[in-house]
Design a protein around this ligand. Structure first.
Ligand code: NAD
Length: 438
């Protein structure tokens, strides 16, 4: 109700200068309290400290400035299409973009600040008002931002609302509420389906960022060991709890042993550790439920004939907390459960391919299409493979697509729409066409 009133009855939607100022105030206040908020993120999420200096906190905070710039300088608010005689009437046409209205933003626990700000930033910049529903596992990160927004910015009452609950039903309530104009959701594909269903009653627009099972493709002309080592690092980071992490390692048949050796050595060196230690890459997983789920997938790998080149379960170093050691699964093909479903743990499955066409086929043999990586010493060859993989982002030879100005999102069951970049801002706009008779 507060968000609806703020949208319908205040000048927020028509005051881009105020919106830019509030976003910069929020960014500056978050910077000021950065030390406490980074520590809070590590404590609540288990995010390794080094990531809080990057995508777990510092980068998304700075990205609020990108959205402030868009509020001020977006050049698509009014597009003049000029005059045309349409059905006999000379007409001057314009296309206006307007804020979509009240946004219900529903987010997961794995990168709370990144995902909260990638929704709140462009939504506020666009002139929407927001109800942000944080994940039950990470209420503190969102609540801290709410406090700072209330205390240290000029955001008018009702523009940004943060709600937390341990009950998932709150998300369903938000996505089914007729006062919400757009549901912006990030989470698992199954929950995404539920969000679409509840939004269907009111034909509420949905924007979905869902799961992934992305391929890390090594071609036979790549620097094989270095690429394999990077794949091991990626899969271990934040205990594999990232939707865009590459969790299927596709390697040329002839180089299997070399790849396994290099990836396993890297993953062994990244054994689970205390997330407050600045050297830790693989911290704990979020909960006992998540740990049990990962162990279920590891058991399925064994049951289906696979084995572990390194890792395979709980870390022996800890008697408290939910620590799984980075695990390299070998001996399976792409039909195995662990190669098809999202594990959301530090688990990398090695699969062999018989050349570029076969690598493309296996990469595409997935219900998901969120991200991916290709390694080759021939950039044109890598780009040719990239053009054939149906996925939303691809890094070539370690290139990084993660940036405020780069759209991110999924093909297939990985989602609908794009977050970040100008495309991610435009998700929060409506289109109005105006025709003036001359
Ligand atoms: P989840 O789907 O269980 O929950 C996500 C959010 O949805 C939570 O806030 C939850 O309370 C809420 N929710 C649960 N049931 C709901 C319902 N019926 N209606 C509306 N909301 C509901 O996901 P999670 O376990 O918190 O996060 C892990 C998942 O998120 C993984 O599948 C991961 O791939 C995905 N993810 C995707 C991206 C992306 O950008 N594509 C980014 C991060 C995480």
């Amino acid at each position: 109700g507060a968000a609806r009133r703020a949208f319908d009855e205040t000048g927020w939607a028509t005051d881009p200068a105020l919106r830019a100022r509030c976003l910069r105030q929020l960014r500056d206040a978050l910077r000021d309290e950065g030390e406490q908020l980074r520590a809070l993120t590590t404590a609540e999420v288990g995010a390794p400290a080094f990531l809080t200096a990057g995508p777990q906190f510092d980068i998304p905070v700075e990205d609020l400035g990108f959205y402030a710039e868009l509020a001020e300088h977006y050049d698509g608010w009014k597009v003049d299409l000029g005059e045309k005689v349409s059905v006999g009437i000379p007409t001057h046409r314009q296309v206006w973009r307007e804020p979509a209205g009240v946004v219900g933003a529903i987010t997961p626990w794995n990168f709370p600040h990144q995902i909260n700000f990638a929704k709140v930033g462009p939504a506020l910049a666009a002139g929407c008002t927001v109800v942000l529903k944080a994940a039950p596992d990470t209420p503190w990160c969102a609540s801290a931002v709410a406090r700072i927004a209330a205390e240290r910015t000029d955001l008018p009452a009702g523009v940004l609302n943060v709600v937390t609950s341990s009950d998932h039903a709150l998300g369903a309530q938000l996505s089914g509420d007729p006062r919400v104009d757009l549901v912006s959701f990030t989470g698992s594909t199954n929950t995404g389906r539920a969000v679409m269903r509840s939004a269907a009653d009111n034909i509420t627009r949905v924007f979905l960022e869902l799961g992934g099972k992305s391929a890390f493709v090594i071609l036979d002309d790549a620097a094989i060991a270095a690429a394999a080592s990077m794949a091991g690092f990626m899969a271990s980071t934040h205990a594999g709890q990232g939707c865009a992490i590459t969790t299927r390692l596709l390697v040329p048949e002839d180089h299997l042993d070399e790849v396994v050796e290099a990836a396993a050595a890297t993953m062994a060196a990244l054994a689970a550790g205390d997330p407050t230690d600045p050297g830790t890459v693989c911290g704990p997983v979020i909960s006992s439920r998540q740990r049990d789920r990962i162990e279920g997938y590891l058991q399925s790998a064994i049951d289906e004939g696979g084995s572990f080149a390194v890792g395979g379960g709980r870390s022996p170093k800890f008697d408290r907390g939910y620590y799984i050691d980075p695990t390299l699964v070998v001996g399976l093909d792409n039909s195995a459960t662990v190669a098809r479903e999202e594990v959301f743990g530090p688990v990398l499955t090695v699969l062999t391919h018989g050349g570029d066409d076969d690598a493309v086929r296996i990469a595409n043999d997935s219900p998901f299409g969120l991200s991916g990586a290709i390694f080759s010493s021939d950039e044109d060859r890598a780009l040719s493979v990239a053009s054939r993989i149906r996925t939303g982002t691809l890094g070539i030879n370690g290139g990084v697509w993660y940036s405020a100005d780069v759209p991110f999102g999924g093909y297939k069951q990985s989602g609908i729409g794009r977050e970040m970049g100008v495309a991610g801002f435009e998700e929060y706009l409506e289109t109005k066409s105006i025709a003036i008779a001359r």
